[in-house]
Write a protein that binds this ligand. Structure first.
Ligand code: TYM
Length: 339
C-alpha cells in the first residue's frame, strides 16, 4: 500500500483541510506504516505558482505548513514529508504526461473553470495544466490510495484517465507502467463549508477570515468565529432529516460530530430542540479543546526554521529515490534515449 497526497502552501491550514484530508493522513500514517506500507505527503509549492503570488510569502508559508502538519501529528520519521520543488522528478513526469493528457479533459476541470473565471486568456498556463502535475505527483510513486477532500475527486479521476491511456498506448497489456490511484474521501467530512455561507466550501482563498477556522487560531478567535457563524433562527432538529435544506446548521452539526468522534444522530440526540445560543458555545469549546494542543505545538515548531528545512530536505531525498525508477521507465516507454 502506498499513500500519496499533497496540500498547497498558500496560507493557513484550516479546519476543512484538517477534517477533509490531514486527519486521514495521520490515521493512514499510523495504520499503513505499521503494516509495511509507505506514506508520502508533500507541499504542492509548484502548484502554488499557478496563481499570482509573492515569493517571500510562498517561502514563509511553505515552512509554516510543515510546522502545522507536524503539529497535527505527521511524523517525519514514519511519513515522507517534502516539498515538490526539491523533487524535480514531479515536473519532469508532468512534461512526459503532457503528451498523453488531452486538451478536452483539462477544459472540463471545474477548478480550472472556477479559478480562471471569465478571464481565460489572462490565466496562467500552469493553472490549465495544473491537473497534469497533480497526476504526475501520484503516478510517480505508484500511489494506491490518495486521501483528499471531495473537491479533489475530479483531479484524481483525471489522473486515472491519464494513467490508463498511457498504459494502453505505451505498455504491453500484461505490463502496465502506472498504478491507477484510488481517491480516499472521508464520508463524514468530505466537504466542510464556509462559516459565512453554507453553500461555499471552507477555503484559504475566501477573503473573509471569519469564513474559516484556522488550525492556528487562538481560543478567542475560535469562539468569536463560531459565535458569528451564519445560522437560521430555528432550533436544532432531533432527527438528521431535519437538517435538509439547512446548509449552515448541517455544517456546524457535522463539524461537531467529527470533532467529537461521534455521529450526527448522537449530536442531535443531545442538542435537538436547543437553539444556537446553546449549541454554538458548546461547539466553540469543543474546537478550542481539540485544537489547543495542535496550536501549542505549531507555535513552538515554527520558530525552528533549521529543523523545518532539515525535515523537507531529508524527506525530499527519500522521495527522489522512490521516484527515479518510475520516471526512468516512463522515458523508456516513450522511446526517449537516455545514455
Ligand atoms: P488544497 O491545498 O486546496 O487542499 C488540501 C486538502 O484539503 C482538502 N480540503 C477540504 N476538504 C474538506 N472540506 C473543505 N472545505 C476542504 N478544503 C480543502 C482538499 O480536498 C485537499 O485534500 N490540488 C490540491 C493539492 C495537490 C494534491 C496533489 C492532492 C497537489 N497534488 C496530489 C492530492 C494528490 C490542492 O490544491 O489541495
Amino acid at each position: 500500500m502506498r499513500i500519496v497526497s499533497g496540500i498547497q502552501p498558500t496560507g493557513n491550514l484550516h479546519l476543512g483541510n484538517y477534517l477533509g484530508a490531514i486527519r486521514n493522513w495521520v490515521k493512514m500514517q499510523d495504520e499503513v506504516t505499521a503494516s509495511g506500507g509507505q506514506c508520502l505527503y508533500f507541499l504542492a509549492d509548484l502548484h502554488a505558482i499557478s496563481m499570482p503570488h509573492t515569493p517571500a510569502d510562498l517561502a514563509a508559508n511553505t515552512r509554516e505548513m510543515v510546522a502545522a502538519l507536524v503539529a497535527c501529528g505527521l511524523d517525519p520519521d514514519r511519513s515522507i514529508l517534502f516539498n515538490q520543488a526539491q523533487v524535480p522528478q514531479h515536473a519532469e513526469l508532468q512534461w512526459l504526461l503532457n503528451g498523453t493528457a488531452r486538451m478536452g479533459w483539462l477544459n472540463r476541470m471545474t477548478q480550472w473553470k472556477d479559478k480562471a473565471g471569465k478571464n481565460r486568456e489572462g490565466a496562467s498556463v500552469a493553472l490549465f495544466t495544473y491537473p497534469v502535475l497533480q497526476a504526475a505527483d501520484v503516478l510517480l510513486y505508484q500511489a494506491t490510495h490518495v486521501p483528499v477532500g471531495e473537491d479533489q475527486k475530479q483531479h484524481l479521476e483525471l489522473a486515472r484517465d491519464i494513467a490508463q491511456k498511457f498504459n494502453n498506448d505505451f505498455c504491453a497489456e500484461d505490463a502496465p507502467l502506472f498504478t491507477l490511484p484510488a481517491p480516499f474521501i472521508p464520508p463524514e467530512a468530505a466537504r466542510i463549508m464556509s462559516l459565512r455561507d453554507g453553500t461555499a466550501k471552507m477555503s484559504k482563498s475566501d477573503p473573509s477570515d471569519m469564513s474559516r477556522i484556522n488550525m492556528t487560531d487562538t481560543a478567542d478567535a475560535i469562539m468569536q468565529k463560531v459565535k458569528k457563524a451564519k445560522t437560521d433562527p430555528e432550533p436544532l432538529p432531533s432527527e438528521k432529516e431535519g437538517l435538509e435544506g439547512r446548509a449552515e446548521a448541517k455544517n456546524l452539526v457535522s463539524i461537531y460530530a467529527v470533532m467529537a468522534g461521534t455521529t450526527v444522530e448522537t449530536v442531535l440526540a443531545d442538542f435537538g430542540g436547543e437553539g444556537f445560543g446553546k449549541f454554538k458555545p458548546a461547539l466553540g469549546e469543543l474546537l478550542v479543546e481539540k485544537l489547543a494542543p495542535i496550536n501549542a505545538r505549531f507555535l513552538e515548531l515554527r520558530e525552528d526554521r533549521e529543523r523545518l528545512d532539515a525535515i523537507l530536505c531529508k524527506g525530499a531525498s527519500k522521495a527522489r529515490e522512490l521516484a527515479i525508477p518510475t520516471l526512468e521507465k516512463t522515458y523508456e516507454a516513450l522511446g526517449l534515449v537516455r545514455g
